[in-house]
Design a protein around this ligand. Structure first.
Ligand code: NDP
Length: 319
């Protein structure tokens, strides 16, 4: 039986802003990158509506259209973009071994991991129905659309606390829905939330339903777990900030991650603990998680991959 094996200089895994930016830089450096898109080609931004904070688009742009631009730009310089899912990896030696869709093996001199992270959702039907129409998992991306309006945010970690204070600067009122009697966020963040006059916190409370008029969100129904009291909050925006899941499970045997699964990179670099493997974008960033920061680290990863290959070549030439 013939085996499907291919050797590449630079393999990029993932097709969000980090992956495509890495591809643009790697292709222009003549690394002939091969990029596998993953199941959600284009990444998280393909599930967004309007993007207004990516520089270069003064009038804003729809998320899916922006990702088409990223893709075209990567293709223009010769990136080989393929639809496929990485099913397993072996990063124990060089070249690195990556299996695509359980059938094809890629031997890669460098690997750029840009697999992103997925926002966690409550799992309510109404949350799905109004996603992009009042429901969002990113306050920094979408808060502006709710300027001077009333919004709600669910979650009690650092992200929720940070996003609630961000929203409080833009919105008239921010209702914060915390499922336990206390926050998980750091003391400093909690105190900032508690001292913001237009944030009202509902402790021990669960989201029952996001209410809408068929077009967009008009309210959220919450229930106090201790008293069973229910109330309807009139809001036009509902933000979910209950954590993210970095898409790094297949690398964990070889690549160092933190306790959540975010890949640990060297300070000021995209280098991982495995030589020739670089990580960029949300797979290694739990703090900023923006398209522009992902693109920035994608650029860094390609430049570092190129330098790594050049250094290896010069060692070979010297021997
Ligand atoms: P976390 O996992 O820390 O917090 C998630 C929060 O969501 C918890 O309070 C949790 O409640 C709540 N939650 C989970 N599921 C539900 C649900 N179904 N319904 C209601 N609430 C729910 O995620 P974060 O994104 O906040 O933070 C991730 C990591 O990133 C942390 O290590 C954090 O410190 C870090 N971070 C650091 C920042 C900074 O330094 N500036 C900024 C943002 C994040 P419960 O507490 O009851 O489990």
């Amino acid at each position: 039986m013939s085996q499907d094996i291919e050797h590449v200089q630079c393999l990029i895994i993932g097709s969000g802003p980090a992956g495509y930016t890495a591809a643009i830089y790697a292709a222009r450096a003549d690394l002939k990158p091969v990029l596998y898109t993953g199941m959600l080609a284009g990444g998280q931004l393909t599930q967004t509506t309007e993007v207004e904070n990516f520089p270069g688009y003064p009038d804003g742009i729809q998320g899916p259209e922006m990702m088409e631009h990223f893709q075209k730009q990567a293709e223009r310089f010769g990136t080989d973009i393929r639809f496929g899912y990485i099913s397993s990896v072996d990063l124990s030696g060089t070249p690195h071994k990556v299996v695509v869709d359980e059938v094809k093996t890629i031997l890669a001199d460098t690997v750029i991991i840009s697999t992103g992270a997925s926002a966690k959702w409550l799992g309510l039907e109404s949350e799905q129905k109004y996603n992009g129409f009042g429901v969002s998992a990113c306050a920094v991306c979408d808060g502006f659309f709710f300027k001077n309006q009333d919004v709600a945010i669910v979650g009690a970690g650092d992200t929720a606390a940070e996003e609630a204070t961000y929203l409080a600067k833009l919105c008239r009122k921010v209702y914060m829905i915390v499922r336990r009697e206390e926050f998980r966020a750091s003391k400093a963040m909690v105190s900032r939330v508690q001292n913001t006059p237009n944030i009202e916190i509902f402790y021990s409370s669960e989201t029952q339903e996001i209410v809408g008029d068929g077009q967009s969100v008009t309210g959220v129904r919450i229930k106090n777990n201790l008293t069973s009291e229910e109330r309807l909050l009139d809001v036009t925006g509902f933000f979910v900030a209950i954590g993210h899941h970095p898409n790094t499970d297949i690398f964990k045997e070889y690549i160092e991650t933190d306790e959540i699964g975010y890949i640990i990179t060297k300070s000021g670099s995209t280098e991982t603990n495995v030589e020739g493997v670089f990580a960029c974008g949300d797979a290694q960033d739990k703090i900023f998680r923006q398209a522009i920061t992902a693109a920035g680290t994608g650029c860094m990863a390609a430049l570092e991959a190129e330098r790594y290959l050049a250094a290896k070549e010069s060692v070979v030439a010297a021997n």
